[in-house]
Design a protein around this ligand. Structure first.
Ligand code: MG
Length: 385
């Protein structure tokens, strides 16, 4: 029996690489659902190649175009977020790859969890904004959340060797992004094009900017806290520019276990799909003498204030991480449209998390209202910053 996969955000970087994994193992995997926001052409091509029964284009204005493109094929075309939330719960879905960008991934992920579908989680914003709710729903429904984020996949793999022992510390590695070696005055003048040049990983625009500000690493601290039920104070962010060690765990006796490989997202994606089995993969294998050496540094919190803001938000808890995420999403969107400067992102996020009305134990409705209110407020700030 093939494992039938739903891919939310199939035209993005993780979605496309998930399909590359399916292409390598057509005897093991099939695709039952693909969704995208706007990329009609690529979605049509993917639906044809993988003979997908259902596709959703979230933007309703693109429905006609996709529908015409796929007429005469066996693919049913739907539109809108409600269709995504409905179709992820269908009986022909065995696992959901949650790889939408940003807060928009939360609703369909919760719908899939509610229907008992295992989640291969790439959309970290889901856990940043609503970690306690998502993990609570997963526990209640007996659903596995399998990390696709390379660091969290690494921690997950390292913990397979832990036995009954609790981890003492997580060493969460970070490449440091394109501005790691730049002086602060130069970073302040960085443009969108400079920020979009990530040294090691080929990713979508939003996460690439988040990597340049290191907000991505802050989000990953929050993600790790929820996935591995640990305190943020036990998570040590470690800059490792070669991105070979994807993360490490440390135990009471000081023993450290690491997971390594050349940076290639197909590896964590494939493991999330095949777990507990490991399958062959046509990736580049590590050659240690060729690699030569690995280096490590402490993160520079003065140059990358977003990392401190994320620790501050998770320290406060409640709805503050949701505010952090919403403000960042609005600020990054403005930076990508050349409306604000690089350090305005952290400035706007800082203002927004300081002024959000605190809710200690937010309901899902309160997470949505916090998101909407803070996003609107941050967006307004980007207009007159
Ligand atoms: Mg990552």
């Amino acid at each position: 029996m093939k494992k039938r996969i739903a891919i939310l955000g199939s035209t993005g970087s993780i979605g496309s690489q998930t399909l590359a994994v399916v292409r390598e193992h057509p005897d093991l995997f099939s695709v039952s659902l693909l969704t995208a926001n706007n990329s009609v052409e690529l979605l049509e091509q993917q639906a044809r190649e993988f003979n997908v029964p259902n596709v959703v284009i979230c933007n309703p204005e693109k429905y006609g175009l996709l529908s015409r493109g796929l007429s005469g094929t066996g693919t049913k075309v739907h539109s809108g977020m409600d269709a995504v939330c409905d179709l992820v719960t269908a009986p022909d879905v065995d696992i959901v790859v949650a790889s939408m960008v940003g807060f928009s991934g939360l609703r369909p992920t919760l719908a899939a969890i509610g229907a008992g579908k295992p989640i291969a989680l790439a959309n970290k914003e889901t856990l940043v904004a609503a970690g306690s709710i998502v993990m609570g729903a997963a526990a209640k429904n007996g659903v596995d959340i399998l990390p696709v984020d390379s660091e969290h996949s690494a921690i997950f793999q390292c913990l397979l060797g832990a036995g009954p022992n609790k981890l003492e510390k997580i060493h969460l590695t970070a490449s440091g992004g394109p501005f790691r070696t730049w002086p602060k005055e130069e970073i302040a003048k960085a443009t969108k094009d400079m920020a979009l040049k990530h040294p090691n990983w080929n990713m979508g625009a939003k996460i690439t900017i988040d990597s340049a500000t290191m907000m991505n690493k802050g989000f990953e601290v929050i993600e790790a806290k929820w996935l591995f039920d640990t305190d943020a104070s036990k998570i040590n962010v470690l800059v490792h520019p070669e991105s070979i060690i994807h993360s490490m765990v440390e135990f009471a006796d000081g023993a450290v276990i690491a997971q390594m490989g050349w940076p290639d997202m197909r590896e964590p994606i494939q493991l999330a799909l095949s777990y507990p089995e490991r399958l062959t993969l046509s990736n580049r294998k590590l050659d240690f003498p060729e690699l030569g050496k690995m280096t490590f540094h402490r993160p520079d919190l003065d140059k990358f204030p977003c990392l401190s803001l994320a620790f501050e938000a998770i320290g406060k808890g409640g709805n503050v991480p949701a505010a952090l995420n919403a403000a960042n999403e609005a600020a990054v969107a403005a930076f990508l449209r050349d409306k604000i400067g690089f350090y305005d992102i952290s400035g706007i996020v800082s203002d927004c998390i300081a002024s959000v009305e605190f809710i200690a134990e937010p309901t899902i409705e309160e997470i949505f209202s916090t998101n909407d209110e803070v996003y609107a407020k941050a967006k307004e700030k980007t207009g007159r910053w």
